[in-house]
Ligand binder design. Structure first.
Ligand SMILES: Nc1ncnc2c1ncn2[C@@H]1O[C@H](COP(=O)(O)OP(=O)(O)OP(=O)(O)O)[C@@H](O)[C@H]1O
Ligand SMILES: [Mg+2]
Length: 298
């Protein structure tokens, strides 16, 4: 669906992105992960032509994006900016109506779609008449997402979509987003510097450093088969929790059918401490996880 080949971008004498290549399949969620300044935003903005690479190519459904007018290209690509990017002098309703208006949607269609998204994103309809500065950080972030989803683009680029939020709000919003039907089928490239977030939300993770890809793979591949010391060092501090998040319950307990990570199951078990109905206890789960780890770490 999206194919980036040998992207290079230089700003003056400093190289923001050197020779980056990756592919994203339809419906996949690829995370660009890395510390501040490693080139994540630059990479993302080349995909919707807000930045033109010095060399290299990007193909969307096999078509070189340079052959398309940027305005037309961007209609099929939703973009959630770092720090939400809402226009302060427009109301929320005006902000989210910008692209639909360009596409000549009538007022009623815009209103219906906005109501639908507000409902799904748990935003109070009364916020529509307010200006972005009157909203909390979490509300602004949700409005930013609503705006990017209005015309239902098949591709979504998200730059630190939860960046402005406190840790607890982040964790909760992340969970909601993972289950949001509007996002499940989309092809998503999401930027974050938060390792836990990357492991919860990504089908695959592209770990970058100084403008280069260090490794691109599934969370499990990065954890259990790191390409180099940078990758293993980057993950080491939070390794145990990441392992719980990346390993699926059915990998450690094949007889259990549930489609959850070990982490999700641990949380569920802790929340229903007294329930007798579960077929597995926390102790059994931990035992099975240790056996799984022994097999995988050799
Ligand atoms: N317009 C620009 N002009 C000059 N240098 C730039 C420009 N945009 C980015 N850079 C530089 O390119 C490098 C990569 O920037 P980029 O914004 O892609 O990083 P990032 O990984 O998104 O960082 P952060 O996590 O802080 O958002 C940085 O060193 C940055 O200073
Ligand atoms: Mg950035």
């Amino acid at each position: 669906m999206i194919k980036a080949e040998n992207l290079v971008k230089q700003f003056g004498s400093s190289r923001a992105v050197s020779n980056i290549s990756f592919q994203v399949k339809e419906g996949e969620n690829l995370i660009l992960l890395g510390t501040s300044g490693c080139g994540k935003t630059t990479t993302l903005r080349m995909i919707n032509r807000l930045i033109e690479p010095d060399s290299g190519s990007i193909f969307l459904n096999g078509v070189d994006i340079r052959t398309q007018q940027p305005e037309i290209l961007r209609r099929g690509i939703g973009y959630v900016l770092q720090n939400h990017g809402l226009f302060p002098h427009y109301t929320v309703a005006e902000n989210i109506a910008i692209v639909p208006r360009l596409l000549k949607w009538d007022t009623e269609t815009i209103r219906k779609r906005a109501d639908e998204l507000f409902d799904k994103l748990k935003l109070d309809a009364a916020l529509k008449d307010k200006y972005p500065t009157a909203l909390s950080g979490g509300q602004q972030q949700r409005v930013g997402l609503a705006r990017s989803l209005m015309v239902n683009p098949p591709v979504l680029l998200m730059d630190e979509p939860f960046g402005a939020l406190d840790n607890l709000t982040r964790i909760n919003i992340r969970k909601e987003f993972r289950m949001l039907d509007e996002l499940v089928k989309k092809t998503i490239i999401m930027v974050t510097h938060d390792v836990q977030e990357a492991f919860e939300m990504g089908d695959r993770i592209c770990l970058m450093d100084k403008g280069e890809i260090q490794q691109i793979g599934t969370p499990e591949e990065l954890l259990f088969h790191p390409a180099n010391d940078f990758v293993s060092d980057f993950l080491n501090e939070q390794r145990l929790q990441l392992e719980f998040k990346s390993v699926l319950l059915k990998e450690v307990l094949p007889e259990v059918e549930e489609d959850l990570s070990v982490w999700d199951k641990m949380e569920a078990l802790l929340q229903n401490k007294n329930s007798q109905s579960d077929e597995v206890t926390l102790d059994q789960l931990m035992g099975a996880f240790s056996r799984f780890k022994k097999q995988n770490n050799g």
